[in-house]
Design a protein around this ligand. Structure first.
Ligand SMILES: [Zn+2]
Length: 253
């Protein structure tokens, strides 16, 4: 029986096309490291992680409509949306209103945002690297945004001050800080980090999905894969994967 399971495990491993250690279920001595529980699910793939797909025709995505958002065309992974709906209901019971103002954005949509800012900042930051770093305060290079993954959302307003003392959404942020983790959400871009994007009190991530996606991203994608838009040649020099994709709140890793 034991031999059977070992052989079966090896067969599964071969089918997945991975050389990852198969853990304690009969692995030959020397490869006894267990696969972590949150190991990347096989199949997300490089194109998915780079946002090179259309969520509108992807089988794992669903439309997000009212009352969760007022904007048309919003899509999320099913799992993220189900978790969000539970969080929304709980918040609503305490008179806290959560509104999704941005959800999944694919490579093309992120490219529009990036290149729009690339034009707008041309005068104030004529040197390409300065300009890229300015945009990177709050916006990702196409191919490196967590919004590609269907796990991340922006809530209520793209302005930190509105979530702070005296701001319209102060209570929203306090509630999220206290309760979002109960529904699987974390804030990737917190204050006090030493690298990556500035603080974003509006950006929340469904970590049961985004943790394995991040893990897979760091294993399979390098700065050289981030290309196809103005300023892309700066990705390696700036260190997009190391400092921006991976430069997040430790609670989201
Ligand atoms: Zn965001």
């Amino acid at each position: 029986m034991y031999i059977f399971f070992w052989a079966f495990s090896l067969l599964i491993q071969a089918c997945q096309g991975t050389d990852r250690p198969i853990g304690e279920t009969g692995a030959p001595s020397g490869t006894t490291q267990a696969v972590p529980a949150n190991a990347a699910q096989p199949g997300a793939g490089v194109d998915y992680l780079l946002g090179k797909f259309d969520p509108a025709v992807h089988p794992d995505f669903v439309k997000v409509g009212k009352p969760y958002t007022d904007r048309p065309g919003m899509m999320l992974r099913k799992e993220s949306f189900e978790a969000f709906k539970k969080m929304w209901e709980a918040a609503q019971k305490e008179d806290i209103s959560l509104k999704i103002i941005s959800s999944t954005r694919n490579f093309g949509q992120q490219k529009n945002i990036w290149e729009g800012k690339w034009e707008r900042f041309a005068k104030s930051a004529p040197l390409p690297k300065d300009r890229a770093l300015k945009i990177l305060e709050f916006s990702s290079m196409p191919g490196s945004s967590r919004h590609h993954w269907g796990s991340d959302i922006d809530l209520n307003d793209l302005n930190n001050a509105t979530f702070e003392t005296g701001g319209k959404y102060r209570k929203v942020y306090e509630w999220l800080n206290e309760h979002a983790h109960e529904y699987g959400f974390c804030q990737p871009y917190t204050a006090g980090r030493t690298q990556g994007y500035h603080e974003e009190k509006w950006h929340w991530s469904y970590s049961p999905l985004s943790k394995p996606f991040l893990e897979e991203y760091r294993k399979t994608i390098t700065d050289n894969d981030i290309k196809g838009f103005k300023g892309a040649e700066l990705a390696a020099e700036i260190g997009i994967v190391q400092y921006y994709v991976a430069g997040i709140n430790e609670n989201c890793k």
